[in-house]
Design a binder for this molecule. Sequence first.
Ligand code: PPS
Length: 297
Amino acid sequence: MASSSDFKYNFVSHKGFNLISGTHDPAEVDAICNYEVRDSDVFVVTYPKSGTIWMQQILRLIEAKGDLTSEELNSDQVPWIELQGKGKEFVEAPSPRLRVTHLPYHLMPHALSQKKGKVIYVARNPKDVLVSYFHFHKFATMLETPKDFNHFFEKFIRGDVYGNSWFEHTKSWYAHQDNMQFLFITYEEMIQDLRSSVKRISSFLGKNLTDAQLTEVVKHSTFKNMRVIPQANYEMVPDDLLNHHNGKFMRKGTIGDWKNHFTVNQNEIFDQIFQKEMKEFPVSFVWDIKDIEQITV
Ligand code: PPS
């Protein structure tokens, strides 16, 4: 059997979206759009590095009413639908099927647009996404280690990464929301007020948690606590997938780390592109932790 290193770094463009050879199978991804969707299905959709693992943690905890005793990895409890081999598992899985995905709208089940299942889209300010993704490329063995920050900056802007263009991903999912049962939430809102965010998510999912259960969900979902929960921080993932000498999955968990990476020139370029691409986008992003008056947990 071929190992992941045989396929390293090769993207296959599939219907306008980069898939990673050895990680995704185009035929399996193609099948996803025809999957039947149950009313109880929940799909967390993110552009990479926008808080996927965080939402996996919140969903599994809401489902377990705050109980963290299961030792399964977040990615086993709330798997990626597009990973090779996960399609068959999805079709046969018992309800509720909780899944995460980085796929664009056009590759996801058509049934979503008939208001079947629920979609939670988590968006994060793209400067912090870029920085988090840069570090993740040094850490994840299936992705090419960037030559340097500027090289990665340019690739991200071109959409020459897994996830393609952040701008297109965000705009396209947002634009289709009226067809779906859809919750849009930002990483920055979750940082600002985790408790209210968890309340919003659980009420969207129709789950009534007691105050005590809510407190448990929040407690186990803070960055500080997730960092030391083995199921939630991917430290158990083997070195041939995540090179633990080169970083940590739970890295900084904050807003504004881009300020430690972007040059003045890069920031100007980014701002120009952002303004052009997002001028009609109705949601504004928080770019700096200092812009949040109060952080509530
Ligand atoms: S991936 O690889 O696409 O699945 O990555 P993803 O899980 O989407 O994003 C990882 C970033 O999310 C941060 N994170 C958190 N921030 C704050 N609070 C909590 N609880 C939390 N959990 C995960 C994680 O640290 C990564 O961001 P950076 O900026 O790299 O720290």
